[in-house]
Design a protein around this ligand. Sequence first.
Ligand SMILES: [Zn+2]
Length: 165
Amino acid sequence: MAKVLVLNASYEPLNITSWQRAVVLLIKGKAEQVEHNGKMLYPDFPLPTVIRLLHYITLPYKEVPLTRRNILHRDNHSCQYCGYTGDDLTLDHVIPKSRRGGETWDNIVTACVRCNVKKGNRTPKEASMPLRKAPRRPHSGLYFEVTKYLRSGGHQEWRKYLIGL
Ligand SMILES: [Zn+2]
C-alpha cells in the first residue's frame, strides 16, 4: 500500500511507484531520498515517500482513458447539476447523444438519477440546469492519479511537489 512519488531530476513529479521499486532505485544510486515518513525499513534506512531521480528523463504524454470510473473521479463523485453525492450516480451527455453530442471528456458529466431524468433530452440551457463546472479533459494523467491518493487521505506530504501540475 505504501506508494512513493518519484520526482524527476528537475523536481517535477514523474510518477507513482511501489516502495519496493523506489528502494531499488535508491540502492542502485539512481535516485535520492527526498521525504520519508519516519518508518525504518532497515537501521539507518527510512522508508521513502518521495524520491528524486539523479538523471533527468523524458516521458511520453500519458492520456487518461475516458471511463465511467475516471469521469466520476474527475467530478469528485458529485452530480454536476445539483451537487448530490451518493451511490446512484449516472453519466449524463451534456448535449444528448440523440442530438449528436459526443463521447468526449467535455460532453459527459456525473449526474444523479433525478437530474438526469429531469434534464432528459435537452441541453443544460434548454432545461435551465446550468453545470456547476465546465467539464474538461484531465490535463495530466499523473495529477489524476495523485488526487486519488490525496482524496483518500494519504500522502499529504506529496502536496508541496504538485504545485503547478
Ligand atoms: Zn443532481
